[in-house]
Write a protein that binds this ligand. Sequence first.
Ligand code: FAD
Length: 518
Amino acid sequence: MASFVSVVTGQLRLMPAGGLPRDLFALGIASKIRIDRNSTAMASSDFGRIVEAAPEAVLHPATPSDIAALIRFSASSPVPFPVSPRGQGHSVRGQSLAPGGVVVDMRALGRGHHSRINVSADYVDAGGEQLWIDVLRATLQHGLAPRAWTDYLRITVGGTLSNAGIGGQAFRHGPQIANVQELDVVTGTGDMVTCSREKSSDLFFAALGGLGQFGVITRARITLEQAPKRVRWVRLAYSDVAAFTRDQELLISKRASEAGFDYVEGQVQLNRTLTEGPKSTPFFSEADINRLAGLASMSGSAAIYIIEAAMYYNDTTASYVDKKLEKVLEQLSFVPRFVFTKDVTYVQFLDRVREEEEVLRSAGLWDVPHPWLNLFIPRSRILDFDTGVIKGLLGGTNPVGVILMYPMNTAKWDERMTAMAPLAGEDMFYTVGLLRSAVVASDLELLERENQAVLAFCHKEGIGCKQYLPHHMSQDGWQQHFGTKWSSMAELKAKFDPHTILSPGQRIFRSTGSVAST
Ligand code: FAD
């Protein structure tokens, strides 16, 4: 919708045209609302670069009460407009956009004079807009750190807590949402509520994994632990998927996790990627890649599987980290001598994707479409998924990007939260991330077709997969991702009318508690 310029008592003022009610610009927050093209253009797309939708305006809040004022206003308007919090805009399907409405640029909250990261003895209070890398730096000054991480740290506390926040520590500590003690939330009715497991718990559980649909997280109290100093970072190669998954499951089992690795993930390297992909990576040298390609060709496997694991240590434990590592490796069945090790600081380890980002940026491969598909697969079907998808549908491809595959323990997830583990009855499930980039225009369509084929395969084979970072926010997508688990859903929706805080084209109706496309 266009804006027009009017002359008011000798001053030029941008006035809204169309979409937003004019009274909005009479509120105390008016000076923090931007409607210029630069501001709205920046909030019209996200990291995915697949969905584009322009807001009418962008709010740059100085305080949480600015957000509350905006939402209160929208909620009380005859036709409420969409409001969407945006952290770094690293969502991949437009989840942080607000077509025709107002995007709340959460980063503005952190630009005030007061620090919005406050460290205590065993927790940190961090603003929802704070980057995890800044939370890490602040807590490390006290020798402390959060326990659960995502692979990438240039994303926000509110953004990952609105998804779940998964990574290689989740097997032991659960996702990031399981490591939160308290939240400050601006609800869909514009109330500012402090909630926890004990206090306004329905809001607390709903907001965690809720994609901003139940409120805007303006502060999170996150559990801390003593931070290690250094990390022994290991990659182990397998040509046999069954051995790979067996070892991963052993490593995250209670027995092994107590004494073994502190972080366990896994990757799949397709044959063609090893022979035709990058010659080296920030972790693997050219010689390493050549060895892995040789292994793939010798074994005849369509893919090489790599366990990525890390063992933390500090000054007092440095002398026996090698022994401990040796003992863990003895139990595993990776291809003999295919062990790759690095020794890095804790920060270097946690911030490792930064280096990959720099490589991709310099090659012009960062700001491209990312049709990522993240799935949760039941443990009992992971080998079927491997046969049908990894070796089947993707077997002959050479995608730009990464394929992640690693298990987590179901018991570490709390099913009262909006983001839940996929299936009751299985003690582990896998996350599979097809994190592929479309580097030339025609790739996007192709990759999207492949994603659809993956979902169709799962459907046909009865592999009850569930999407993490929902792929489509259709009604089905909502059900598939969030489930209809908790009985208080309707009640919650009635109480915290979230209809203004939604992804593109979606409304949740207070009266019925149902989701519909607009
Ligand atoms: P945005 O994308 O801006 O927002 C995400 C969603 O949360 C939107 O729906 C938005 O409206 C909502 N939201 C944002 N802020 C708030 C808030 N304060 N309160 C309420 N709702 C809010 N995820 C993992 O779990 N594990 C990983 O290892 C991982 N690795 C990644 C690596 C890369 C390179 C990238 C780009 C992403 C990765 N992610 C990972 C995904 C990440 O969790 C999402 O990108 C997520 O969207 C966080 O990004 P953001 O902070 O920019 O939030």
